[in-house]
Design a binder for this molecule. Structure first.
Ligand code: ARG
Length: 274
């Protein structure tokens, strides 16, 4: 229910943004094919970077990377008359890859975050996320409050997260900032590894974005998604700060895809309503 509300809110906000941004979208010619003026990692190619460990946003189907972010990238590339190339890398390497121009944009279920915004620019948001908590069935952790109670009681507990993600950043922050302190958090290279550690009893819970959380719970025995949310956030495309033409092209293409319902259609295809 909350998610539906968040989605409606995000949609309303997107429409509001589209309508105020309407003028710039038409004047800079969104939707036209790239006439060669865009500075790209490879001419004629839109290189998108991601970390394909994050269903349903990006994951492997055989040896192909599929998901919401690749479909959205394909729609953007098509609007710009460019070929799409998807590059898979560590989540923590994505911001640097955008900055150095190794990739033209990053779509990785990436949360808009002020620290990241020092190094990259974010597009309008195309989806919302929630940091959720996964536990083993029968766990005594039934809510985020239970984690806080453990912290206050000085009990030992460990939270598994994916490295460099907001799940890690928030939960490892100091208690006065809403976190549990670094000593209570382990970072794994991928969410699936954190989930495996949970199954093996090496961590007491996993904090990760809700859609991958659902996918992991569905794919693994003995796990439960808590009906409690830790933090809610916005996902957006990360773009290089020093490439205004590319920013305009991608932002305008995204605005059109939000406005004509393509983004919602892609989201609905991968995310079933509760
Ligand atoms: N939304 C979180 C963040 O931005 C997690 C994203 C992880 N994405 C991925 N493709 N592994 O930090």
């Amino acid at each position: 229910m909350k998610k539906i509300f968040a989605m409606i809110l995000a949609l309303t906000m997107s429409f509001a943004l589209v309508s105020c941004g309407g003028n710039s979208a038409t004047s800079s010619g969104a939707g036209s094919a790239d006439d060669g003026t865009l500075k790209l990692a490879e001419p004629g190619v839109l290189t998108m970077g991601t970390n394909a460990t994050f269903p349903p946003y990006e994951f492997y189907e055989g040896d192909k990377i599929v998901g919401i972010d690749t479909d959205l990238s394909a729609a953007i590339a098509e609007k710009l008359g460019l070929e799409l190339k998807v590059v898979d890398m560590e989540f923590g390497a994505l911001i640097g890859a955008v900055q150095s121009g190794k990739i033209d944009m990053c779509l990785a279920g990436m949360t808009v975050d002020p620290e990241r915004a020092k190094n990259v620019d974010f597009s309008d948001s195309y989806a919302t996320g929630i940091q959720a908590v996964i536990v083993a069935e029968g766990s005594d952790i039934t809510s985020v409050d239970d984690l806080n109670a453990k912290l206050e009681a000085g009990e030992d507990f460990l939270i598994g997260t994916q490295e460099s993600t907001t799940g890690y950043i928030y939960s490892s922050s100091a208690p006065e900032d809403g976190g549990f302190g670094e000593e209570h958090v382990i970072a794994f290279s991928a969410g699936a590894a954190a989930v495996q550690a949970l199954q093996q009893g090496k961590v007491d819970c996993v904090i990760i974005d809700i859609e991958p959380a659902k996918a992991f719970v569905e794919a693994n025995e003995g796990l439960k998604l808590l009906d409690t949310e830790y933090v809610s956030e916005d996902y957006a495309i990360a773009l290089p700060k020093d490439n205004a033409a590319l920013q305009d092209a991608v932002n305008n293409a995204l605005a059109e895809l939000i406005e004509d319902g393509t983004v919602q259609k892609i989201l609905d295809q991968y995310i079933k309503a509760d």
